[in-house]
Design a protein around this ligand. Structure first.
Ligand code: DOR
Ligand code: ZN
Length: 343
């Protein structure tokens, strides 16, 4: 197959950042995707509907001319998020989820949740109003091994939330383990998951091949090959619980190549092209459209996109760096080749 054409996809998890930085990356996402769920971990985080409205306007203003792209906003959940804020979010029509970051789990998550009990009011209202909860599923306890944090989160936190709020719609974001695949697969229909393209293409060896590779460091961290295989199987299964969420997360080159480098991999410059590679490698190109363009919209109860995109089998070289605000970033595959190109 030399070309594939399918319904324009959506990205159900992306970090666009803000200001100058956003202006230099938003076009990468908007060129490929019709809509995207925008992560709220700015500094300060997007904790209110009012802040989400202002952020949404900044995103729209940063789009290249004549670009049609719909940012689907989210709120950052804290112990102070009350039920009234959930009501406002629901009424806004532009907030589509509330993001749960365990405090300190990842980039700009310090004001995340420290005590689940403090969130019960908000979660109760979310269940009532059918507002999805998007979870960063990792515990942060220093005694838990880095590679076990997702598995332990399922046991200690996620199971608690689902028991208390059995009808709450939950997206288990960027799952990385066989345990998460099994959990989501056997859970009721109100529990779904996003899968990133880097977790489909890479296992944890990628962080250490030929030396320490900070540009392959993200959270949740890359896992063993057996987990990557489980993710590939889930993504290509046709199961509507699994859908595309790139988790493209730009950081400056200097912030990544530092004594203590930031977590996050930039994939927006080639997101759908790289997913196409992953599905092709798995012999499942016929499953790509549903994963990328149907399942997420169905879960979020949004209409299907009507226009199409075409990808050609054509190799192109990814630049070594891309502009990122006043600085630069190193994208996934920097200086290397991608086998599919957006037409
Ligand atoms: O690798 C990551 N980067 N994981 C996250 O959860 C956050 C993200 C970021 O904002 O940089
Ligand atoms: Zn993320």
């Amino acid at each position: 197959m030399q070309r594939i054409t399918f319904t324009r996809p959506d990205d159900w998890h992306v970090h666009l950042r803000d200001g100058d930085e956003m202006r230099t990356v938003v076009a990468d996402t908007a060129r490929r995707f019709a809509r995207a769920i925008i992560m709220p971990n700015l500094t300060p985080p997007v904790t209110t509907t009012k802040m989400a409205m202002a952020y949404r306007s900044r995103i729209l203003a940063a789009l290249p001319k004549r670009t049609k792209f719909e940012p689907l906003m989210t709120l950052f959940l804290t112990g102070k998020t009350g039920p009234q804020e959930i009501v406002k979010a629901k009424q806004s029509g532009f907030v589509h989820g509330v993001k749960y970051y365990p405090a300190g789990a990842t980039t700009h998550s310090d004001s995340g949740v420290t005590d689940l009990n403090k969130c019960f009011g908000a979660l109760e209202e979310m269940q009532k109003l059918d507002m999805p909860l998007l979870v960063h599923g990792e515990v942060t306890n220093p005694d838990v091994d880095m590679f076990d944090r997702e598995k332990v989160f399922i046991e200690r936190v996620l199971s608690q939330i689902t028991q208390r709020y059995p009808r709450l719609r939950i997206v288990f974001e960027h799952i990385t383990t066989r345990e998460a695949v099994e959990y989501v697969t056997s859970a009721p229909d109100n529990i779904a998951a996003t899968i990133t393209v880097h977790h489909l293409l890479l296992n944890r060896n990628a962080m250490f091949s030929g030396g320490l590779c900070p540009h392959h460091y993200c959270l949740p961290v890359l896992k063993r090959e057996l987990h990557r295989q489980a993710l590939i199987k889930a993504a290509t299964s046709g199961n509507p619980k699994f859908f595309l969420g790139s988790d493209s997360a730009p950081h400056t080159k200097n912030a990544k190549q530092a004594g203590c480098g930031c977590a996050g991999i930039y994939t927006a410059h080639a997101a759908i092209e790289l997913y196409t590679e992953a599905f092709e490698q798995a012999g499942a190109l016929d499953k790509l459209e549903a994963f990328a363009s149907f399942h997420g919209g169905n879960f979020y109860r949004l209409p299907r996109n009507t226009d199409k995109i075409t990808l050609a089998r054509r190799s192109w070289k990814v630049p070594r760096t891309l502009r990122f605000g006043k600085e630069s970033l190193v994208p996934l595959r920097a200086g290397e080749v991608v086998g599919w190109q957006l037409v």
